[in-house]
Design a protein around this ligand. Structure first.
Ligand SMILES: Cc1cc2nc3c(=O)[nH]c(=O)nc-3n(C[C@H](O)[C@H](O)[C@H](O)COP(=O)(O)O)c2cc1C
Length: 573
């Protein structure tokens, strides 16, 4: 592409904050690839080191660097899709597109590549072609079409996310249903400190994984020195088995915008940026429409919102990697302190929160802390969107009191296991929160309960395995994901995920045995200690959980693999 064309694409966005990803996608969308001269032109225009920009762009799954357009086809190799037969689907997709041994179609316009979980676990198994994902299981999903399987609690009075209501994607419908009243209320109140106090009273904690109290973060950004501050909405949602933010953004985009504007008011930030994962193109359109509508109608006041699209890298969900990604740097974690609350995007105080956290704010403001708090169970506060998938009858998002038990979620709401087989295990936090045994079914799914089982709730993604599943194989699938997605910046994670994958392959018979039985088990623990204590971010810290919980709760299954046998009906290796 001519340098002039790159410049004119850039001219459209360069007055906006964080223009890097916008111009990269504009060039990539226009011609289907990024040529070296395009990358050099982008780097020069944004005054970034060219080598760094090449390095950053090569990091992403969906950006094709080359000299001719090429479109990706493939199937999702995430755990829910694998359970639903993605390997058989892969053969069909290859045949359909005439993919040869070299992974290319005869006309060389299509490349075959399996892709990591695309957040469509309720439609499993999922395929990709021509820039769109589609789920083979979509038609068989028993939930209403158009809602993407979003659901609400039994008592809908207590729902924060009113997926079932009329089309609240439209501004007029959203306003008619009382939308933007919470924003008006806080503006009228004129008391950001009082607002932060109310958030503290409500007990609202971050829903993206760590459960950090929102009020503390708001207070830190409010108190940080600096004229210019940002609100960044983390909509990267790359965790396998997690698809709740997708439902919020698709069905209730204005709820998110209102939550961001209220958060902006609390911390005195005038700009909000939504970092949306690449795999949700249909949401990109919905969000952009909602932003245009809201800004044209003036409902956001002076608060400006911009949408930036990721390009395919799980680690970009980690908040400091996300900020690097927005800045056009290699998207790997930053050292902390300083925390983003003090020095975040472009060195300015930045509030980074998950979609669900921000979208919960308007209801909390409207209903008040005293209404919000008791929505949870057993000391937990508010509701939570749980994404349920895997070997379960009703794979879906469920908004339920934070702290419901896994039994209620899986059996009462999810309809129990597929085919009525006995439940063997369920994951927490997508694949980052560990594997839990049936004995843990009565554990409250909140930020404290799962700890005694060695797990963490994380994002709220729960994948069910039934008795036919081989859990060593499941752990291998999880570990392959972490290995592929490890950014490579720190060696405990870079090397640890590879060693774990190799060990699990040895156990599954997919690789020649080099490790003795006793060594394998002690290596499980040694690697976990090194990775948990020395990794640079949560990816390397969480990756061992799946293996350590396997060894803790299913020692017999591990031992029989050590002896070369698998007790499960389905060991895919
Ligand atoms: C590897 C990795 C991936 C993550 N992915 C996401 C994500 O997709 N969405 C998200 O909100 N948080 C994600 N997080 C957590 C964020 O770093 C951060 O804690 C969160 O955005 C804070 O928002 P909250 O307080 O509202 O939860 C991830 C963390 C790690 C270590």
């Amino acid at each position: 592409m001519a340098v002039g064309t790159v410049r004119s694409l850039l001219a459209e966005v360069e007055a906006e904050p964080a223009p890097f990803l916008a111009v990269v996608h504009a060039v990539h969308d226009a011609q289907g690839y990024l040529a070296p001269e395009d990358v050099a032109a982008i780097a020069a225009a944004l005054k970034l080191p060219t080598a760094d920009v090449f390095g950053a762009l090569s990091f992403y799954y969906y950006l094709h660097q080359g000299s001719e357009p090429s479109s990706l086809v493939g199937v999702c190799d995430g755990p829910a899709c694998r359970l639903a037969g993605s390997d058989r689907l892969a053969e069909r997709v290859r045949r359909q597109h005439g993919i040869g041994e070299d992974g290319r179609s005869a006309d060389r316009r299509r490349r075959y590549r399996d892709f990591p979980c695309a957040g469509l676990c309720d439609w499993r198994p999922v395929r990709r072609a021509d820039g769109r994902c589609d789920g083979e299981g979509k038609a068989g999903n028993p939930l209403p079409a158009g809602t993407h399987g979003a659901a609400w609690p039994i008592d809908s009075e207590k729902a924060i996310f009113r997926f079932a209501d009329a089309d609240l994607r439209r501004l007029d419908a959203y306003r008619a249903a009382g939308g933007y009243a919470a924003l008006r209320k806080v503006e009228r109140g004129g008391d950001p400190a009082g607002l932060i106090e109310a958030v503290a009273d409500s007990g609202l904690t971050g829903r993206g994984g760590a459960g950090f109290p929102l009020a503390r973060k708001l207070a830190m950004v409010q108190g940080a020195a600096g004229e210019e501050k940002y609100v960044v909405c983390n909509a990267d949602e790359g965790e396998p088995g997690t698809f709740k933010d997708r439902a919020i953004m698709e069905c209730l985009p204005h709820l998110l915008l209102e939550g961001m504007a209220i958060a902006g008011y609390a911390v005195s930030a005038g700009v909000g940026i939504i970092y949306l994962r690449y795999e949700y193109p249909y949401i990109l359109d919905a969000l952009r429409r909602a932003v245009e509508e809201a800004q044209a109608a003036g409902v956001l006041g002076d608060f400006r919102v911009y949408v930036r699209r990721g390009a395919g890298a799980y680690v970009c969900g980690e908040e400091t990697s996300l900020l690097n990604s927005l800045e056009g740097r290699r998207p790997w974690p930053r050292e902390r302190p300083p925390y983003p609350t003090e020095r975040g995007l472009f060195g300015r105080p930045t509030l980074v929160n998950n979609v669900e956290t921000l979208a919960a704010i308007p209801a909390m403001v409207e209903g008040g802390a005293a209404w919000f708090r008791p929505l949870g169970r057993a000391g937990a506060t508010g509701t939570k969107l749980y994404s349920l998938s895997g070997a379960v009858r009703r794979p879906c998002n469920f908004e339920l009191p934070l702290g419901v038990t896994a039994r209620q979620l899986i059996f009462q709401h999810g309809g129990g296991t597929l085919n009525g087989r006995a439940l063997k295990a369920f994951t927490l936090g997508g694949v980052s929160g560990g594997l839990l045994p049936p004995d843990a079914l009565d554990t409250p799914l909140d930020y404290a309960g799962p700890a005694r089982w060695g797990g963490t709730l994380g994002s709220g993604g729960i994948i069910v395995y039934d008795e036919a599943s081989c859990l060593v194989d499941a752990a291998l699938v999880h570990m392959r994901f972490f290995e592929k997605e490890s950014c490579g910046k720190c060696f405990p994670c870079r090397i640890g995920t590879v060693r774990y994958r190799e060990l699990l392959e040895e156990l599954c018979g997919a690789r020649e045995r080099e490790t003795s039985a006793g060594d394998a088990l002690s290596l499980f623990q040694e690697l976990a200690a090194a990775m948990t204590h020395a990794s640079a971010c949560g990816l390397g810290m969480a990756a061992p959980l799946t293996v350590t919980s396997l060894a803790r709760h299913w020692p017999h299954e591990v031992e029989s693999h050590v002896r070369g046998r698998c007790p499960a009906a389905v060991c895919r290796i």
